[in-house]
Design a protein around this ligand. Structure first.
Ligand code: ATP
Length: 219
């Protein structure tokens, strides 16, 4: 089956347990939204999937093959919370590195056309974030992890990114986390909440109140 799944994730930092028996999966063609309060372990879980943090225990499989680190599959891209493209790289060089198969789609986007020769150093914080998000969304891998893609972006660009994710998901699986939870609800096919170290399936927005992620409203 075309699926990324991670099971039985246990992670502690300095004897403090952050994740306990966590399960998460993502199929090709779907966007899985990962929500949780500050410090609930969302970034840690994405880093464990990618392989930049080693879990105390986990069982990771990508398209039926077991991996110790997701990046070793060469089929997983990861947008970290902080900027990751080196300053001296130009937009065109980054496209040639990450998006060999879908260059044509990327180079139809106005911002990309107008900044092909720009170095990342010369982009504003939001421009840089927008470009890094596009590079990951259109990257050559089947599975994409996006950690806070919407941070630093103005509303119009958040809407534009949502359109690109919707377009690209036809043949990719996305796991996305962000505190712009309404945008996550808009684009996700499924929502998983991390709370009390565990994963919860969210079927309705009210479940986010029940599990203490959103405040309830009283009449
Ligand atoms: N390298 C580390 N050493 C010690 N503690 C860590 C380390 N990395 C993360 N933690 C702790 O693990 C918990 C989960 O952190 P994580 O960054 O995964 O949370 P998050 O859900 O992504 O939070 P936020 O929404 O605020 O970004 C936090 O309490 C954090 O302090």
């Amino acid at each position: 089956m075309q699926e990324l799944s991670i099971d039985s994730v246990n992670q502690s930092f300095a004897n403090r347990e952050v994740l306990s028996s966590v399960y998460l999966n993502c199929k090709i063609g779907e966007v899985v939204g990962l929500l949780g309060r500050n410090g609930s372990g969302k970034s840690t879980l994405l880093k464990i999937i990618f392989g930049s943090v080693k879990a105390n225990f986990k069982y990771l499989s990508i398209n039926n093959k077991i991996y110790d680190k997701g990046y070793l599959s060469r089929n997983l891209s990861y947008l970290p919370q902080d900027n990751f493209i080196p300053n001296q790289i130009t937009v065109l060089q980054a496209i040639n590195t990450f998006c060999k198969k879908r260059q044509a789609e990327l180079t139809q986007i106005d911002f990309v056309i107008n900044h092909l020769k720009a170095k990342f150093y010369n982009l504003s914080g939001g421009e840089r974030r927008f470009m890094e998000c596009l590079l990951m969304i259109y990257s050559d891998t089947d599975y994409i992890l996006l950690d806070e893609p919407f941070s630093q972006l103005s509303p119009l660009w958040i809407e534009e990114l949502k359109k690109h994710i919707n377009k690209a998901k036809a043949d990719k699986g996305f796991i996305i986390t962000d505190h712009y939870y309404q945008s996550i609800l808009d684009i996700s096919d499924r929502i998983v909440l991390l709370h009390n170290k565990c994963n919860y399936t969210i079927n309705h927005e009210n479940d986010l109140v029940t599990h203490g992620y959103l405040l309830g409203f009283t009449a």
